[in-house]
Design a protein around this ligand. Sequence first.
Ligand code: NAD
Length: 316
Amino acid sequence: MESLKPKIAIIGAGNVGSTFAFALMISGLAREIVLVDKNELLTEGEVMDLNHGLSFAHPTKIYAAGFEGCIDADIVVITAGVRQKPGQTRIDLVHSNVALFKDIIPAITKFAGNSIFLVVTNPVDILTYVTLKLSGLPSNKVIGSGTVLDTARLKYMISEYYKVDTGNIHAYIIGEHGDSELPVWSNATIGGMDIEKYCSGYVHPGIAKKELSGIFEKVKNAAYKIIQAKGATNYSIALTLVKITRSIVRNENSILPVSTLITDYYGISDICLSIPSRVSINGVEQYLKLELSEEEQELFKNSANTLKKIIKTIDL
Ligand code: NAD
């Protein structure tokens, strides 16, 4: 980090990129925010609109640029690419967005070879892996937003159902940010108590696990519902990105289920997947080897294999 307040480059000024810029501006975390998008008119409009609100936020330099604008960025957040249409899965985007990344990652790396790259574009785990390979950066510096958003959705829904503050819930969703993801109930707690015991003690003893599974299904399908209703998701992902950014720039060492390169994790290597990881000024400092139940191990391996099959079809 060159200064106490960093420079953040955002690639893609669509729904996710522009909402993240707005949330980041309000957070006061950044000294400079540069927006890069092939749609120059859109980017100019977003930059004007953001700057016109600056007198109500923290002093920040916000501007539009080409890829050269990534120079000296502490973090490059990549949101460029196609998004899901109603009914499409994240995996359905793979070929278009891999082709795009083959174009843009070398262009970004040329100017920001020392930055931390935070990948958001879907399918995020595959594109994090593609970014790692194309950029040549060390694996700690290439991070996918992964299941941080899914985990936030899970905490929110549990907190609503069981009437408990989200901050007292420790529960993670791991694996693919997508249809094969899984909740790690075996390690989940509320107020220090095993989650199933907590839930059985408060609501409908005996069916807590079934209820929790129902909540997880809603979490997994949340993006489909939002996309059906309003065409895109933007607010919660923007705040997710602020949280990850804060953990990096303030060296908070938060444990976040970001997508990261794993090696011999239950026998799985050479793939990016979400695992609770300690995120610091260096990016991913370490990922945690969770003690998964046998059922969770199977689900995790299935999630990894789903992605591996797709990665094999990509020419890198
Ligand atoms: P969007 O269509 O609103 O914005 C995408 C932007 O990318 C557009 O403005 C487009 O001009 C730009 N772009 C395309 N090609 C480019 C290029 N070569 N150079 C620069 N910019 C380029 O889409 P969105 O709703 O902002 O979603 C963006 C991506 O983020 C999608 O892939 C979506 O699935 C993903 N997403 C991920 C998560 C997550 O949790 N990881 C959450 C929400 C959305």
